[in-house]
Ligand binder design. Structure first.
Ligand SMILES: Nc1ncnc2c1ncn2[C@@H]1O[C@H](COP(=O)(O)OP(=O)(O)OP(=O)(O)O)[C@@H](O)[C@H]1O
Length: 601
């Protein structure tokens, strides 16, 4: 079944019964079961009242995690690994003991700078929102404030509450009014904090009447798509599409998740003139522009989700082409991400008009609800045994396991299948259909572990995902933040474990700093490591650390990695020949063995 139907089916029918546990998260804590109430009380800091933002979404006053989980190094690792684990445990213990009772209010680092403000404090203080720019509209306290201030279709607010969105998150309190006032926006907010709704809501509010039911009076909106959302991967585009269907319920807005198939159905101009919103990856859209099968001159709202990724070299030429095609004089643009390095931000600023910049919490920081740990595994061979120990003990399931190349994803998948683990795999060389099926099996809870590449690092929202394992060390701080951000979303707790070997040592410091600044214990020697030079960091981003094949280090099936790789390459090349398609853009460099580190799309 092609993407469009599969995804639309999933999104249109939000199964409240199946997701009742998830929905409970967004209900008032007073209705929680008694077993929950203790945890709830622990998390409710400084008298946050019922009816305020649910504790789970109150990221920057988040209470210390229980410390349970499985982040520690497995037994059997070398002495160094045990020493690190012990040092981490000691630090954690000290931190835990000092956190709640410190007379000076000095909590462990994770809470540092997050002095909880009383519920009566201004919303910007409570959510740690910093804004820059001229005439910043005041934030909202609750969604109902929107209809007092702006002309919001009542159906939109009804759809919000029907889908459990009762209280706005930090980025929503400030981002929604800015976009409703038709201002350009650069928004930086941690992973899992509801950025999608922050841009979808204003898009629908501005659209007002669906193109398909326009009357003569409202025809001033012109013909053709009016809102465009760009995402670096198909999976994320599909997820945004599903989110948009929730808001669209009850009106005939036409939303298109752009793909080869949907592109073909829009061959006729009369059909595509009735579209309200397009959600697409850059590559797809550019090829449609080139074929003349889409026009973007009526687009008035443009959103770049995961903007820093979209504005990287791999995507930039396509982005420029798309922006060039959006010629409407009232075009408004918004960039969203959890991370926005300075260089990328200045690119964004070059095409934003008088933008407002909003930062929620600390820039380029991991979400506070994720427990992070770094685990030394010695050499490559230590990884698989440590993972096996983790899976045999108390792994945080469902678990997403990141590796640095599609070949390694295929190899690790085979290894875990061999072990009898309910595991799936996802990388960019798989067909769109295979990728959809993988995601769908994970969402349905049919698989508990998914081995994947960077393609899953951004934006994906698997509600109940409890753990992320960086089997291969991430190639940048941004990659780390986004990868681990797949867990600990919407205030749920999550576990992020990162394996490192001697080969990763030169790059350890930057990630250790993120872990440390999030308040999780890091051995002091890691923080004292020399900072990798800019050049080294750039090289790593493009060229991953060379690693031995997983199949080979597993000590069985020598040459199996090569066989898997050969098989995948043959399959992929057949597919490419058959479809005349090219593999994802945004792919990065190859390692010394010619294996690609995986980009997105
Ligand atoms: N106001 C709200 N109330 C309750 N749940 C919300 C609210 N806003 C968003 N959510 C939920 O929070 C989860 C995370 O939202 P979303 O995917 O938009 O995060 P994000 O900030 O875009 O993350 P990422 O940076 O990883 O892309 C989703 O499951 C979404 O449905």
């Amino acid at each position: 079944m092609e993407a469009f139907h599969l995804l639309s089916r999933g999104g249109a029918k939000f199964n409240k019964k199946r997701f009742s546990k998830d929905l409970q998260l967004f209900h008032s804590k007073s209705s929680s079961s008694s077993s929950d109430s203790k945890a709830s009380t622990e998390k409710t800091l400084d008298g946050l009242k019922t009816g305020e933002l649910p504790v789970e979404l109150d990221f920057f006053k988040y209470a210390p995690a229980s410390g349970s989980g499985s982040g520690g190094a497995g037994a059997g690792l070398k002495a160094k690994s045990e020493a690190i684990a012990k040092e981490q445990d000691d630090q954690r213990e000290v931190a835990d003991r000092s956190a709640p009772s410190s007379p000076t209010g000095k909590k462990r680092k994770r809470d540092a700078g997050e002095d909880s403000a009383p519920a009566s404090a201004p919303v910007t203080l409570r959510h740690k929102i910093a804004t820059t720019g001229s005439n910043v509209p005041p934030p909202i306290e609750r969604f109902s404030d929107l209809s007092d201030r702006y002309r919001i279709p009542p159906l939109l607010l009804k759809n919000l509450s029907e889908h459990g969105y009762t209280t706005p998150t930090g980025i929503q309190t400030q981002g929604i009014p800015i976009l409703l006032e038709s201002r350009d926006l650069a928004a930086i907010s941690p992973t899992g904090t509801g950025k999608t709704l922050s841009y979808l809501f204003p898009i629908f509010a501005h659209l007002s009447v669906p193109s398909s039911s326009r009357t003569a009076e409202s025809a001033s909106t012109g013909a053709g798509v009016r809102a465009l959302i760009l995402s670096p991967t198909r999976e994320l585009a599909g997820q945004i599409y599903n989110e948009s269907l929730k808001l669209a319920q009850g009106r005939k807005w036409r939303i298109v998740l752009y793909s080869k198939a949907t592109g073909a159905t829009l061959a006729q101009k009369e059909v595509r003139d009735k579209i309200d919103i397009i959600i697409s990856t850059p590559l797809r859209l550019v090829s449609a522009l080139k074929q003349g099968t889409i026009e973007l001159k009526n687009v008035r709202q443009m959103v770049f989700d995961e903007a820093d990724r979209l504005l990287e070299q791999g995507f930039l030429p396509q982005i420029e082409e798309i922006i060039g095609a959006c010629t409407h004089p009232n075009l408004r643009k918004a960039v969203f991400s959890a991370t926005l390095p300075a260089g990328v931000e200045s690119i964004a600023k070059s095409f934003l008009f008088d933008p407002i910049r909003v930062v929620v919490g600390l820039k380029d920081a991991a979400a506070a609800s994720i427990k992070q740990s770094l685990v030394y595994v010695g050499s490559e061979s230590g990884k698989l045994s440590t993972l096996r120990q983790l899976l045999a003990s108390s792994p945080p399931l469902p678990l997403l396991v990141f590796v640095q190349s599609r070949e390694r994803a295929a190899e690790l998948h085979q290894e875990l299948l061999y072990d009898g683990v309910a595991v799936d795999v996802l990388h960019a060389e798989m067909t769109a259909k295979q990728r959809e099926e993988s995601v769908s099996r994970m969402r349905q809870g049919l698989t508990w572990v998914m081995v994947c590449t960077e393609v899953m690092a951004r934006g994906m929202d698997f509600g109940g995902l409890r753990g992320v394992l960086n089997y291969d060390f991430p190639q940048s701080v941004q990659s780390y933040i986004h990868r681990i951000g797949r867990t600990g979303r919407a205030g749920r707790e999550g576990d992020a474990i990162t394996y490192f070997t001697d080969a990763d040592a030169p790059y350890l410091k930057s990630i250790a700093n993120v872990v440390h600044s999030s308040g999780w214990p890091v051995p002091s020697w890691m923080l004292a490591l020399p900072k990798p030079s800019k050049i080294k960091r750039r090289v790593l981003k493009k060229m991953p650390v060379e690693r031995k094949d997983i199949g080979v280090v597993a000590g069985r099936g020598i040459g199996k990695g090569d066989a898997v790789r050969r098989r995948d390459m043959v399959r992929a090349s057949k597919r490419r020949k058959a479809s005349g398609d090219v593999p994802g853009d945004g792919e990065r460099g190859k390692d010394a063995k010619g294996r690609r580190s995986e980009g997105e799309e």
